[in-house]
Write a protein that binds this ligand. Structure first.
Ligand code: CA
Length: 157
């Protein structure tokens, strides 16, 4: 009986330690599936893309909370490339809800792919000042009157 008790105790200990250990892993790679609205963060971008069901999708943009494409990265995915015209093909109205540690007023650099550009808005729901359409910027502070740590909503085209 004492052997069984010891085994159960050991399993319980392993279970208790697994949670905190997993939570302490870096989760700096995030993904948003613009088709479904699903978002999450994980240790790698591949894991994040799989978790939001976007592993076969195109990454149309990456936004970073640090300048020079550093820090937490959020990959925005969609099933097809953007069209050449600027017509806001996809959008995200509230950057407080991106699972990326709350990217509201935190995006500092951005890259785009597959013919897409991004437009940043100071306010939620595309209100307030808007940036120009941006193809890429390693330092959003240098765009217009300054767009580092400012965007609260975002459009893609
Ligand atoms: Ca803002």
């Amino acid at each position: 009986m004492s052997t069984v008790g010891a085994a159960i105790g050991a399993l319980g200990l392993v279970g208790a330690l697994a949670g905190p250990a997993a939570a302490a892993e870096p989760r700096d790679n995030c993904a948003v599936n613009l088709d479904t609205g699903a978002f999450t963060c994980a240790a790698t971008e591949q894991q994040a893309l799989r978790a939001v069901g976007a592993q076969a999708d195109l990454v149309i943009a990456r936004t970073y909370d640090g300048a020079d494409y550093t820090g937490t990265v959020l990959a925005w995915t969609q099933a097809r490339a953007c069209t050449p015209a600027y017509d806001a093909e996809w959008q995200w109205a509230d950057l407080r809800s991106t699972a990326a540690g709350n990217l509201n007023n935190k995006i500092s650099s951005v890259r785009t792919y597959n013919q897409c550009d991004v437009r940043l808005f100071d306010g939620l729901n595309f209100t307030g000042a808007a940036s120009t359409w941006i193809d890429a910027s390693a330092n959003l502070a240098a765009i217009g009157d300054g767009w580092s740590n400012r965007a609260s909503s975002i459009k893609f085209s």
